[in-house]
Design a protein around this ligand. Structure first.
Ligand code: ASP
Ligand code: MG
Length: 297
């Protein structure tokens, strides 16, 4: 185990990826500050975190009789932060204790960081356009200094509905389409059963949300959407999602008092680094990867 970690720490491809990732983070910050965003520190433990739509092992801490969860995503804190500020972002460490099936995807680690951003009163389109501008900015800046593998993408990125890709490609649409495309693209309008309850249902069973997908087989980059923010609608979505209202009692207390309408997205930093540097796996985008199912430091 120590031999493997020791040689990773001396690996040139990993070193370069980590250096480029540092530049990516700096360009993200620069871009978002220029657009009027305020960075908020990440939340690491809280009684409130993303339930996620897929199963992960629970990561809890008991502290003076209270149960905290390690953050799976800051979605609810993003909504709450907009009571104070209009445009926020955070480099949010997420702990998702994924099952072994996700070991070989090249896209999953048990600990990763996402650039999580949220904008008050924004639409999905506002967020997609912002992310497109940000990726153009990041890639153009990086290419001045590094000979990176990914090119500068062209705006606007293609938008394809979930219904359309599912009809054309079936279950495995994301992998197939990602391999076929040469530029990043959006899949929009996810069906309700495939997502968490906080994305806005704008017609029965269809959400006003999106995934950003990288081309050349690199797969999912980011998920986001417009949000449910009205108390009654949130209660309805929790129930229909098959969750227990008691598990979200704290969040519901806030929702009862009023949440702002918003839209946002979470962009995986290691995945972006993998795409930019054309790495086999996100494992090579960080010095201390928490590889699923393996003991790591
Ligand atoms: N909740 C999403 C995730 O962490 C990101 C977002 O919708 O903002 O996967
Ligand atoms: Mg996602």
């Amino acid at each position: 185990m120590i031999d493997g970690i020791y040689s990773r720490l001396k690996n040139e491809q990993v070193r370069r990826a980590v250096e480029i990732q540092s530049a990516i983070r700096m360009e993200m910050k620069r871009f978002l500050h220029e657009r009027g965003f305020v960075e908020i520190p990440p939340v690491i433990i809280s009684p409130l975190t993303d339930p996620l739509r897929h199963e992960t092992y629970e990561a809890h801490i008991n502290y003076y009789g209270h149960r905290y969860s390690l953050t799976k995503s800051m979605i609810f804190h993003k909504q709450l932060a907009l009571l104070s500020l209009n445009k926020i972002f955070s480099f949010s460490p997420n702990i998702r204790l994924e099952p072994l099936e996700r070991r070989e995807t090249g896209r999953h680690l048990a600990e990763f960081t996402q650039l999580d951003l949220e904008i008050r009163d924004a639409t999905r389109e506002d967020v997609m356009s912002l992310v497109e501008d940000m990726l153009v900015h990041i890639l153009s800046s990086l290419r001045k200094k590094y000979d990176v593998e990914a090119g500068v993408p062209k705006k606007p990125f293609e938008r394809i509905t979930f219904a359309e890709v599912y009809r054309r490609y079936g279950e495995d649409f994301e992998t197939l389409l990602s391999k076929e495309k040469k530029e990043p693209f959006w899949i929009i309008d996810m069906p309700i059963h495939s997502r968490e309850f906080y994305d806005y249902e704008y017609k029965p069973g269809v959400l006003r949300d999106m995934d950003l997908i990288y081309p050349m087989g690199f797969g999912e980059a980011a998920s986001g959407g417009e949000r449910e923010h009205q108390y009654e609608r949130i209660v309805d979505r929790i129930r229909r999602g098959g969750y227990h209202l008691e598990d979200f009692s704290i969040y519901l207390e806030f929702a009862k008092r009023g949440l702002p309408s918003s839209a946002g997205i979470g962009i995986g930093i290691e995945r972006l680094t993998r795409y930019v540097c054309s790495l086999d796996s996100v494992e090579d985008a960080t010095l201390f990867p928490k590889v699923i199912g393996e003991f790591s430091i």
